[in-house]
Design a protein around this ligand. Structure first.
Ligand code: AMP
Length: 410
C-alpha cells in the first residue's frame, strides 16, 4: 500500500515525502482511513510503529477542511509525559509544515506564560500533559468546547502514572459528541475499563500481538550479582565499542549514582529523571542524541517519548517493578524497522521480576551467564522488595475482573 491510496491531501504527502517516508506502516494503513471516516479507534500499537502519524495525518486532513476563522481548539492529544508531548508536537509541526494550521504544546516544568501567549494566538491542535492542561483549563486559558477529536497517546502509561482523576476532570469539560482515539502499547483490564467509558463503537486495531515486544529487538538476559552490574555494564559498552546506549534503573538515585560511576569508568554518561528540571532533561537528551554522551541512564517515566531512530542498545540495569514497562523500555530500540539489542542484567534475587515480564510477553527468555561475570551462588542476594505499586495494580486488576482479594490475617 502506498500513501497515495490513503487519499491524503498533497500538502501532507509532500511533507511526509520530505521526511523520507515511502510507504505507510501497518498502523497507519489501518488507522488513517478509519479516523478520516470519523470512527473512534482503540489501537494497540507500541512506540516505534509510526503511531503518531497514524493519528496526526488524518487529524490534520480533517482540520484543513474546516473554515472556522475563530480557530477554536479542534483536536487535543493527551500524553503522559513532557518528553512525549514535545515529541508529538514536533511531529505535528513537521507534518503540518505546508498547511495553515497552528499547533500548540502545554506541559509542566516550564513557565506557563509562553504557553498562554501561544494559546492566545489561536491553536487548532493542542498537545498536552493532563496536569498542565488542567491548570490551563482552570485558569480559562483554553476552551475545549469546540473540540472534535481527542487522542489518548500511551493511555496505559497515563493510567500507570495515576492520571485517572485528571482525565475524568478533562473529559467533563469536553463536548460529548466527539471522536476519540486511544493508543496503548499494552492492554490490561484498566485500559479496557477506560475504553468502555470513552469510546463509541470503536474499531479495534492491533498491529502487534497484544503486549508483544518489538519484533526487531533481540533480547538477552545475563544473570549477574547486583554488586557486579556496573562493572559488567561498562565492560559491555567498552569492549563492544557501543555508542548511544540507553540504560534503565528503577530509581532516580540509582540513575544518578550509576551515571557518576560510569563516568569514572571512562564512559561519558548522564542521567535523566523526573527530579531534573525540564531544561536539564532537554539538554541531556540533546547531548545524547548528538552523540556527545555515550550512555544515558533513565528512569521509566523520563524515558517515555525518547525517540532516537537508530538507537541500537538498551540495557535493563534493573528489571522493572511493573512488567509492562519492560515492553516500553525495549521499544526504545528497534524503531522504524531498525535492529535493536536489549540486554537485561538480572541478579538472582530479581528472578521473580523476570517471571512477571515473561508472563506479559507470553514467552520465556533465555538466561545466560557471561564468562567472568557468573553469579556467586554461595552469596545470597537480598530479595528485591515487592513494590506497593505492583500490589496496588494487582488489586485494581482483580477488582476490575470481579475477583475478591482477601487481606492476610496477622
Ligand atoms: P512513532 O511510533 O510515531 O513514535 O514513530 C516512530 C518513528 O518512525 C518516528 O521517528 C517517525 O518519524 C518514523 N515513521 C513514522 N511513519 C513512518 C513511515 N511511514 N515510514 C518511515 N518512517 C516512519
Amino acid at each position: 500500500m502506498s500513501f497515495s491510496s490513503l487519499a491524503l491531501d498533497k500538502s501532507l504527502t509532500d511533507a511526509i515525502k520530505a521526511l523520507g517516508y515511502e510507504n505507510p506502516t501497518p498502523i497507519q494503513q489501518q488507522a488513517i482511513p478509519a479516523v478520516l471516516a470519523g470512527k473512534d479507534i482503540m489501537a494497540g500499537a507500541q512506540t516505534g510503529t509510526g503511531k503518531t502519524a497514524a493519528f496526526a495525518l488524518p487529524i490534520l486532513q480533517q482540520l484543513m477542511k474546516a473554515t472556522d476563522a475563530s480557530r477554536p481548539i479542534s483536536a487535543l492529544v493527551l500524553t503522559p509525559t513532557r518528553e512525549l508531548a514535545q515529541q508529538v508536537y514536533k511531529s505535528f509541526l513537521s507534518y503540518a509544515q505546508n498547511t495553515q494550521l497552528n499547533v500548540a504544546v502545554a506541559y509542566g516544568g516550564v513557565s506557563i506564560n509562553n504557553q498562554i501567549a501561544a494559546l492566545e494566538k489561536g491553536a487548532d491542535i493542542l498537545i498536552a500533559t493532563p496536569g498542565r492542561l488542567l491548570d490551563h483549563l482552570t485558569k480559562e486559558n483554553v476552551n475545549l468546547s469546540q473540540l472534535q477529536t481527542i487522542v489518548f497517546d500511551e493511555a496505559d502509561r497515563m493510567l500507570d502514572m495515576g492520571f485517572k482523576d485528571e482525565i475524568d476532570q478533562i473529559l467533563s469539560r469536553l463536548p460529548s459528541k466527539r471522536q476519540t482515539l486511544l493508543f496503548s502499547a499494552t492492554f490490561d483490564d484498566a485500559i479496557f475499563k477506560l475504553s468502555k467509558t470513552l469510546l463509541n463503537n470503536p474499531l479495534l486495531i492491533e498491529v502487534n500481538q497484544r503486549n508483544a515486544a518489538a519484533t526487531e529487538v533481540e533480547q538477552l538476559v545475563y544473570t549477574v550479582d547486583s554488586d557486579r552490574k556496573r562493572e559488567l555494564t561498562s565492560f559491555l559498552i567498552g569492549s563492544k565499542n557501543w555508542h548511544q546506549v540507553l540504560i534503565f534503573t528503577r530509581t532516580k538515585q540509582m540513575a544518578d549514582d550509576l551515571a557518576k560511576e560510569m563516568c569514572k569508568d571512562g564512559i561519558q554518561t548522564q542521567s535523566i529523571h523526573g527530579d531534573k528540571s525540564q531544561g536539564a532533561r532537554e539538554r541531556v537528551l540533546a547531548e545524547f542524541k548528538q552523540g556527545k554522551t555515550r550512555a544515558l541512564v533513565a528512569t521509566d517515566v523520563a524515558a517515555r517519548g525518547i525517540d532516537i531512530i537508530d538507537l541500537q542498545y538498551v540495557i535493563n540495569y534493573e528489571l522493572p517493578y511493573v512488567a509492562e514497562d519492560y515492553i516500553h523500555r525495549i521499544g526504545r530500540t528497534g524503531r522504524a524497522g531498525n535492529a535493536g539489542l536489549a540486554i537485561s542484567l538480572m541478579s538472582p534475587s530479581e528472578e521473580w521480576l523476570l517471571e512477571a515480564v515473561e508472563k506479559v510477553l507470553d514467552s520465556t527468555l533465555l538466561k545466560q551467564w557471561l564468562p567472568g561475570y557468573e553469579p556467586d551462588l554461595s552469596k545470597q542476594d537480598q530479595p528485591v522488595k515487592r513494590s506497593n505499586k505492583s500490589k496496588q495494580k494487582k488489586h485494581a486488576r482483580n477488582k476490575a475482573l470481579g475477583i475478591k482479594t482477601t487481606k492476610k490475617r496477622r
